[in-house]
Design a protein around this ligand. Structure first.
Ligand SMILES: Cc1cc2nc3c(=O)[nH]c(=O)nc-3n(C[C@H](O)[C@H](O)[C@H](O)COP(=O)(O)OP(=O)(O)OC[C@H]3O[C@@H](n4cnc5c(N)ncnc54)[C@H](O)[C@@H]3O)c2cc1C
Length: 303
């Protein structure tokens, strides 16, 4: 069935077959990865990619806060960068450098400690740096592209690739960087400020988020990007979907009462229930308003 799995390259990190991915995502749904690889370090990952047959699919995931893993699982090898080797954050002058496995909030906190302003918004995003680079993550009027200097990663052949900000071609929640790159590390430049002032702005952001987002639920953050001239939460709300259960998709999946662009899995929903609800709402909003909602949440894997 999958002969490549009988001859996987030797690694120093963890390589797990048929590993369920639900626990690695915020929605807590989805099937298993054919193989999940948690590399020990960048060299381990590079060696693995070089030795892995070219036709085996490779997908990187972060902490799964913007992800629906479909119920049929994910083909090929899923790569997840977790642990000490991937989460280092350092500062020098007005620059911050972090591994792709560092949480955005760690980067915000380190910048505050070093008296570097401009990265406070990362305190409002519960993802990892790998996800932030892919999504041009941002909130409250600031985004990754405002402060990023450069990042490097490995392509599917295991070769090192370095990109300057301009190479990302960032637009709203979108990057034009080659899709096969697995991000390893990024560097940002902020501006000098008093550590207490930066920390105070971070506190404001985290307090605001507590009040306006269902951050303790099983969710994927904003479901849809905001279409030009519209707010997705309002389109979903006006179409009557805030807190409403769908007649066909099951498991109790619904759009949050607190934030009507966030979908919630109350516990029993499958990936199909959640994605089906999103598709039903897209169709309904299109019919009622003529506005096309586009997914911000990434969906991966087999139905
Ligand atoms: C409660 C909540 C609030 C949120 N609020 C915001 C917000 O205010 N602003 C915002 O922008 N987002 C928000 N999000 C969405 C999410 O946190 C961001 O998109 C985040 O950047 C995703 O990071 P992640 O590590 O979870 O990535 P994942 O969800 O695991 O993956 C997202 C994408 O990044 C890719 N990826 C991840 N790591 C790597 C890597 N190392 N190399 C290559 N590709 C990689 C994956 O392949 C996938 O395509 C929110 C989510 C939740 C649950």
């Amino acid at each position: 069935m999958m002969p490549w799995r009988d001859n996987l390259p030797a690694v120093r990190g963890k390589l797990l077959l048929n590993e369920p991915l639900g626990p690695y995502t915020w929605f807590r749904v989805g099937g298993a990865a054919d193989a999940l690889f948690i590399p020990a370090d960048a060299e381990d990952l590079a060696d693995f990619l070089k030795a892995l047959p070219e036709d085996v699919a490779v997908t990187a995931i972060g902490v799964g806060s913007n992800l629906i893993v479909r119920d049929g699982g994910v083909e090929g090898v899923v790569i997840r960068l977790v642990g000490r080797a991937w989460g280092q954050v350092t500062t020098e002058g007005d620059t911050v450098t972090a591994g792709a496995g560092a949480l955005d909030s760690m980067v915000a906190r380190a910048s505050a400690k070093a008296g570097i302003a401009g990265l406070e918004f990362y305190a409002g995003i519960p993802g990892s740096i790998g996800g932030a680079l892919t999504m041009n993550a941002g909130c409250y009027g600031a985004e990754t592209k405002d402060v990023l200097v450069s990042a490097w990663g490995l392509n599917r052949r295991g070769e090192r690739v370095e990109l300057a900000l301009v190479d990302f071609g960032y637009t709203y929640r979108h990057s034009n960087a080659p899709a096969d790159i697995i991000w390893i590390e990024a560097t940002w430049r902020g501006t000098p400020d008093a550590p207490e002032a930066v920390a105070a702005r971070i506190s404001e952001i985290t307090e605001r988020r507590e009040k306006t987002q269902p951050i303790r639920e099983k969710t994927g953050g904003s479901t849809f990007k905001n279409p030009d001239g519209h707010s997705s939460w309002k389109l979903v709300d006006d179409a009557g979907w805030r807190g409403k259960l769908h007649a066909v998709t099951g498991g109790g999946a619904k759009f949050s009462e607190l934030h009507s662009n966030f979908m919630i899995n109350p516990g029993e929903a499958t990936a199909a229930d959640i994605e089906g609800l999103g598709e039903a709402v897209r169709a309904d909003v299109l019919e009622k308003t003529g506005v096309q909602l586009n997914w911000e949440i990434r969906r991966i894997g087999r139905p």
